[in-house]
Design a binder for this molecule. Structure first.
Ligand code: FNR
Length: 377
């Protein structure tokens, strides 16, 4: 392809007050190099390298919201507490100094913590996790009851924790937040009919009824952070419990979900899929395209950019091979299907990914392999 076509990836874009130097986003990726939840110098350097490498917007690895039930891993960074927040401020400052923007991803695992949260304060229940109906919903097995369903008090406290985390991000000078509402974690456990069997106001037969908790969180986050603080929400059809699961079966159903979320205050939808080129609802437009069309909001696509293997194939042990799919990506970007493109594994492999792609040095890109997860280069 010629330079002109590829250059669309490197065009600046403004989304509200968010001014991005290009369309390239670092996808949120858990790394687990923050002992006791504190991001240190290695984490600062890791994100700074991606900013120096030309990424327009960094979305950090998932970070724990301030509630005892949010976490299942003490090496994943907290987004609360003086020490962790001081570490995050240094990350944000380093990224800004390198000319990039950054948002933390706010995460609660829901029923995915089996032995209680490492963040649990003294006296908190150590063997309980919070989820809509006390179950994970694993593929191929009967949905198993693990815990009691979240009480109203649980829901109020967890919802408040998302909002407090967003306020902290704003206070520290981050450029917005991303709410992790994908992949079968807490908020997605509410969205998905297999894991939300509630008959109160947080459950219901329709997707939009089951989205009640997220709608309330976004409204309150918008109210407390003001009209201009960017709120991104990450959503996905697939669940890690069930890769074939679908949140929405039709465009109408998807629209009934993302429309109210947009009205509540979501500025950008990050639509997680495994391969960006795969169309949704039997069309050639992917889920980021559909969400943009149905919500009227900008969207981020993701999935196997410059790689032949998707994330699951990688984790199943397949060796990654590079792909020249940038042409297809730019074609869809130019068609207006989405506004931004998130890069996952390829940016772990090569902090200079953006810069190399910009100068058509694709053959110089380092290719991701699982061993790379052993360090924070
Ligand atoms: C991920 N992914 C992910 N997603 C998310 O929303 N929050 C997270 O914390 C993580 N953690 C994570 C860790 C690692 C090691 C990988 C490889 C992936 C998913 C990620 O954001 C992205 O959607 C996928 O990797 C697909 O993009 P690529 O890798 O195909 O470009």
């Amino acid at each position: 392809m010629n330079n002109d076509t590829r250059s669309i990836l490197f065009e600046p874009v403004n989304i509200g007050k968010l001014e991005l130097s290009n369309r390239i986003v670092m996808a949120p990726m858990t790394r687990g190099f923050s002992p006791n939840g504190i991001p240190g110098q290695n984490v600062i350097d890791y994100y700074r390298r991606r900013a120096e490498g030309g990424v327009g917007l960094i979305i950090t690895e998932g970070t724990w919201i301030p509630h005892w039930s949010s976490s299942n891993n003490p090496n994943v960074p907290d987004f609360f507490g003086d020490e962790a927040l001081a570490g995050w401020k240094r990350v944000a400052d380093a990224v800004h100094a390198a000319g990039s923007k950054i948002m933390p991803q706010l995460w609660h695992v829901g029923q995915f913590g089996s032995a209680g949260s490492p963040n649990a304060p003294e006296g908190a229940p150590k063997t309980r996790q919070i989820g809509p109906s006390g179950m994970i919903g694993e593929l191929g097995t009967p949905v198993e009851m693990l815990d009691v369903p979240a009480t109203q008090k649980d829901i109020d406290e967890v919802s408040e924790a998302y909002v407090v985390a967003a306020e902290s991000a704003q206070h520290l000078g981050f450029d917005g937040v991303e709410i992790h509402a994908a992949h079968g974690y807490l908020l997605d456990q509410f969205f998905w009919s297999a894991t939300n069997l509630r008959d109160d106001k947080y459950g219901g037969a329709t997707l939009v009824e089951r989205a009640r908790i997220a709608l309330d969180i976004v409204r309150e986050m918008r109210r407390r952070t003001g009209p201009e603080f960017p709120i991104v929400m990450r959503i996905s059809q697939w669940k890690q419990q069930d890769y074939a699961a679908r949140l929405a079966e039709t465009p109408e159903e998807l629209g009934s979900f993302v429309g109210p979320l947009a009205d509540a205050g979501v500025d950008i939808f990050h639509c997680s899929q495994r391969r960006f080129w795969e169309g949704e609802f039997g069309t050639d437009m992917n889920v980021a395209g559909w969400v943009k069309k149905l919500s009227g909001k900008p969207s981020i696509t993701v999935g196997s950019v410059t790689l032949q293997q998707d994330m699951l194939e990688t984790f199943a042990g397949e060796r990654n091979v590079s792909s020249s799919n940038i042409g297809k990506l730019c074609e869809l970007l130019a068609r207006g299907d989405f506004d931004l493109v998130a890069i996952g594994r390829a940016l772990i492999a090569d902090s200079e990914w953006a810069e190399k792609v910009h100068r058509h040095a694709d053959s110089e890109l380092k290719i991701f392999s699982l061993e790379m997860l052993g360090g924070l280069e």
